[in-house]
Design a protein around this ligand. Structure first.
Ligand code: HEM
Length: 151
């Protein structure tokens, strides 16, 4: 039987777990090279942010692997990212950098399987987060228009 993409990604993240701090630091270094315009959006303590991101992705993958649907959390995450100023086009680069950093930290086998599993599961996560971002932006636009008319 074929393993679900979430099982494959969750297992890879489990493998990386003992080196999660090094992984996360590397991921952010790589991301800020690929997406320098995103750097100014990160205003909180970087080491804290590094921990939160690894745990968030590992938890999402684990719960999807167990057949749970973290849609509500992902919508909320998306809303929060809209407030942080994240643009939808950043998601592709973020996914690419996360994958290439995982490859750096994993043994050089089954790379093809990981690549396919990553894009399948990451697209699912990103689509829901982006929907949450769009909802938040629509809400803000609506509030802005209503406020303008009532003044
Ligand atoms: C799978 C996709 C993603 C996940 C799971 C994720 C997860 C997280 C988490 C857990 C936080 C911290 C929330 C908190 O402080 O409570 C965060 C914050 C943030 N994320 Fe993401 N993120 C994702 C995608 C992105 C993308 C594509 C960008 C754009 C480059 C981005 C930019 C940010 C920014 C700017 C913050 C706020 C940082 C700060 O306050 O300094 N994230 N994200």
């Amino acid at each position: 039987m074929r393993k679900s993409p979430h099982v494959i990604v969750a297992k890879c993240l489990e493998f990386i777990y003992p080196r999660r701090s090094e992984f996360s630091a590397r991921f952010y270094d790589n991301m800020f090279v690929a997406l320098p315009q995103a750097k100014k959006l990160f205003v909180s303590d970087r080491s804290q942010q590094e921990k939160l991101l690894f745990h968030a992705i590992a938890n999402i993958e684990r719960s999807m692997m167990n057949g749970k649907s973290p849609d509500r959390d992902l919508i909320e995450f998306g809303r929060m990212h809209a407030h942080a100023g994240v643009k939808r086009e950043y998601f592709a680069v973020f996914g690419e950098i996360f994958l290439s950093t995982m490859i750096e930290f994993l043994p050089n086998k089954n790379r093809k399987i990981l690549v396919a599993a990553w894009w399948s599961s990451y697209n699912e996560i990103a689509e829901i987060m982006i929907a949450g971002m769009e909802l938040e932006k629509t809400k803000k636009r609506f509030e802005h228009n209503v406020f303008r008319k009532s003044c």
